[in-house]
Design a binder for this molecule. Sequence first.
Ligand SMILES: Cc1cc2nc3c(=O)[nH]c(=O)nc-3n(C[C@H](O)[C@H](O)[C@H](O)COP(=O)(O)OP(=O)(O)OC[C@H]3O[C@@H](n4cnc5c(N)ncnc54)[C@H](O)[C@@H]3O)c2cc1C
Length: 399
Amino acid sequence: MSSPRGLHDQIRDVLAADNCSGCGLCAALDPQVTLELNGDGYLRPLAPENAPAPAGAAETFAAACPGRIVRAPVDPGGKRHPILGPYRAVLSAFATDPEQRTAGSSGGVLTAIAASLLASGAASRVIGAKGSPERPRLTTTVSAERAEDAASMAGSRYAPVGNASVLPNGPQDIFIGKPCEVSAVRSVVGSGPDAPLLMSFFCAGTPSQHATDRLLVDLGMPSMGEPTRLRYRGGGWPGTFRAEAGDWAGETSYEESWGRALGPTVQWRCKVCPDGTGWSADVVAGDFWQADSRGYPQFVESDGVSALIARTDRGQRLVEAALGNGTIHATKAEATEIAAVQPLQVERLTTLYGRRLGAAAAGKSLPRFVGFRLGFHVVRHPIRNLRFSRGTFVRARSA
Ligand SMILES: Cc1cc2nc3c(=O)[nH]c(=O)nc-3n(C[C@H](O)[C@H](O)[C@H](O)COP(=O)(O)OP(=O)(O)OC[C@H]3O[C@@H](n4cnc5c(N)ncnc54)[C@H](O)[C@@H]3O)c2cc1C
């Protein structure tokens, strides 16, 4: 087998193809690589010129960077849903602690499980994301060793951050991240008994940081100011986008913030992602929305409920333990019920084959996607794939 190009050249290749998701893995493999927001407001690596990378980093990157390759897990046991991926248990769940449930993005289950594992000593560190303490408009990767610090990570941050820049190490570590980050980390740490616990959440994609900044201006934040607090969701379900700066506070609904401001700026790589539901995780959560008759989510404020999927044997044992010790409350659910209220995830995966063809025809190469059975969807939805193929071709040509 031929050896891959050097790490820094590979990073530049991924950037040139616009296939970087900003997961941060390359910065973990080589401390000379820094992550910075680019002119479009997306997190991107900056690789040094003419400096050798650490031994083995190029090989690891070639096998793990989600801008090069995303692999579906090879037979983790259990069942497999064509959209939601492998699973052993599917639940409708929420944190039993009302504060955690309210602070969480949906049911707060990821935070509750992580915090309780730290509190009991079953875990020693949780890696996740939260608002930067110095500049709350930005999002940063953090490590927590105390349950209360893990609890402070609750909630979704619809902005760039690269959690895979901090690699978990050993079975006592918990890593929480977007599906691309978890896929990258899984490729590095494997799934043996000494692997860290990987948790993820459903992800429609990472919006530009500029969208957050514009939203603050639109809400009337005093010019040039830095908010003292900024949350994207939480304080209910779906909860509101809320920022505070001194005496000023601005707030808007999830429908407005995600639907009109943040969602439309999702980066290109996320629009062609096969893994929006975190196939490589041990445990994954999503919003278990109430839907209208066509399956479109109704964003009516209520107490948060997560779709909780245990994918691996370890994930299943963990969820059972969280139920047994009262960390979460859950009832059994069906994978088809979850897919029915996640129209974006369904559309993105079932039309990805067509998008890939359209992108290729316009001269754009995508990462390799292995094991997601895209051909299965094209056989079931040939006309839609044709339509999306044309649309992607036109957009990619005019970009
Ligand atoms: C970018 C993005 C896209 C999303 N797209 C979807 C979607 O398509 N469908 C859907 O149902 N839900 C989506 N969500 C919301 C989220 O998947 C659900 O609300 C999920 O049910 C959360 O579960 P929870 O309440 O248990 O999480 P919580 O207990 O609130 O825990 C959330 C965890 O995620 C981590 N985190 C937050 N933001 C980020 C980030 N940007 N990068 C890495 N880690 C982060 C936090 O550190 C925390 O540990 C998205 C969230 C984000 C951040």
